[in-house]
Design a protein around this ligand. Structure first.
Ligand code: BG6
Length: 472
């Protein structure tokens, strides 16, 4: 049986807004999520991240738990507005201090930090100036990235710029479920282009700064995308064609710019003809071409079944009332997302399909060559059963076990997978589903002072890590 490579990282992941809390203390500026989540009707039962898991104040306790779990890496994001309250200009030293202490604590326990610079929490001050639709935001992002390189670059080897552009742009500008809550695909495509430009400029600045990481190895910088493999619902030509279109829109559009340095040409042409966007500024093509990233992070939760749409109208709302399925993304003339009649689904209607992880990794490896890949998120959103005071999350153990096996299969097939980060280390805020959708190895008692408690999966993952994947 294929073994995990010797240096394979066993991690877990989180994001600042979902875990930190302390949304307005120690000089932090407000982010778009701090503002948006306070507007009536935007989130599940009005939940917000004001306190989240209060990781900001309990960081040392949390890192001690990570060490006990045996994690060799921790993926977290930095809150831009904690570092630069206005998004640019004055630096908040208390923010620098928090992340610096977090990094030092991790390193003390031999846990490699992996930083995500942007996990959706744009400073509100920049949104007020146009957000990602404004070209100037790309410059503000580079300014912010450089502050992070300067303060943390001597200790952090693994960096990524953006998390899941398809989600924050798609929901921000097409389904209107994330800030800025707009329904306008043309504006979304322009905002999306600016994200790729901000990424390319931040990669260029990273290389220019020769960010060293630990012991003067050159650190690396990547990009994190959703990995959502599409399967044709039947072997008919029209379903196969529909799947190809879904791949081009949801996968190639988001991976090609950072791994090939260009958009898929046919799709770009279609978008510019139909919507007049994205518009390029002089030099953009070269900027993308010159700044291919070092690795790709993939977040995998589910696959999607695709069929040709024969003109019927589609509305989907799953059992928990969560909206925002991909069917709402506005490509109804081209294809539709259908349920797999034989599929295994979560309470949120996400298909559990471990093979999709290995298939997706192999699709990337085939399209872009053998690039380094990290599975930067993977996990089961679940209402964990509590039995006699213990959190018995057997379903999570089963989900993770099968997905780690799928990761091993991809390695056996020749993919260069270097780490696996379950989502999440701790129960945290789900953007649109509040605190009821749990993902962590560590439970947070929301009725009792946010106290931490280890779940059954904690001991299981501890064994997985200790045995380097042998006990699966
Ligand atoms: C990913 C995000 O899309 O999915 C995370 O990077 C998010 O931030 C995770 O929490 C799970 O999504 P949800 O909607 O179940 O919280």
């Amino acid at each position: 049986m294929t073994q995990f490579p010797k240096d394979f990282l066993w991690g877990a992941a989180s994001a600042a807004y979902q875990v930190e809390g302390a949304h307005d203390v120690d000089g932090k500026g407000l982010s778009v999520w701090d503002v948006y989540s306070h507007q009536p009707g935007t989130t599940y039962q009005g939940t917000n991240g004001d306190d989240a898991a209060d990781h900001y104040h309990r960081m040392e306790e949390d890192v001690a738990l990570m060490a006990e779990l045996g994690m060799s890496s921790y993926r977290f994001s930095i809150s831009w507005a904690r570092i630069l309250p206005q998004g640019k200009g004055e630096v908040n030293l208390a923010g620098i201090d928090f992340y610096s202490r977090l990094i030092d604590n991790l390193l003390r326990h031999n846990i490699k930090p992996m930083i995500t610079l942007y996990h959706w929490d744009l400073p509100q001050a920049l949104q007020d100036e146009g957000g990602w639709e404004a070209r100037a935001t790309t410059e503000a992002f580079v300014e912010y990235a450089k502050v992070c390189y300067q303060h943390f670059g001597d200790r952090v080897d693994l960096w990524s710029t953006f998390n899941e552009t398809v989600v924050f742009i798609g929901h921000g500008y097409i389904t209107a479920q994330h800030p800025p809550g707009v329904r306008d695909p043309a504006r979304g495509l322009q905002a999306c282009h600016h994200v790729f430009i901000a990424h390319a400029k931040a990669v260029a600045a990273f290389r220019k700064a020769k960010v060293a990481g630990l012991v003067n190895q050159l650190a690396v910088i990547g990009f994190v995308n959703v990995l959502q493999p599409h399967t044709a619902a039947s072997s008919s030509q029209k379903d196969i064609k529909a799947r190809e279109i879904a791949d081009a829109i949801f996968t190639h559009w988001f991976y090609d710019p950072v791994l090939k340095g260009q958009y898929p040409p046919e799709l770009l042409n279609m978008a510019q003809t139909a919507l007049g966007a994205p518009q390029f500024a002089p030099g953009d093509e070269k900027l993308l071409k010159d700044n291919i990233c070092d690795f790709i992070g993939v977040n995998y939760y589910k696959r999607e079944m695709i069929a040709a749409n024969d003109g019927e109208s589609i509305t989907t709302q799953n059992t928990t009332g969560e909206k925002g399925s991909a069917n709402e993304f506005g490509f109804r003339d081209l294809f539709k997302f259908v349920r797999n009649p034989d599929g295994e689904y979560t309470d949120w209607d996400w298909e559990i399909y471990p093979q999709g992880l290995s298939d997706g990794i192999m699709q990337i490896t085939q399209r872009y060559g053998k690039i380094p890949i990290y599975v930067t998120e993977n996990g089961l959103g679940y209402k964990d059963p509590i039995i006699d005071g213990e959190i018995v999350d057997d379903a999570r153990i089963d989900y993770l076990r099968r997905h780690i096996e799928a990761t091993r299969s991809a390695i056996a097939l020749g993919a260069d997978v270097r780490g696996y980060y379950p989502w999440s280390f701790i129960d945290l805020l789900s953007w649109l589903n509040g605190y009821q959708k749990q993902y962590g190895f560590v439970y947070v008692d929301r009725d009792n002072n946010l106290n931490r408690k280890k779940k059954k999966s904690f001991a299981w993952y501890q064994n997985v890590i200790q045995s380097h994947g042998q006990i699966l």
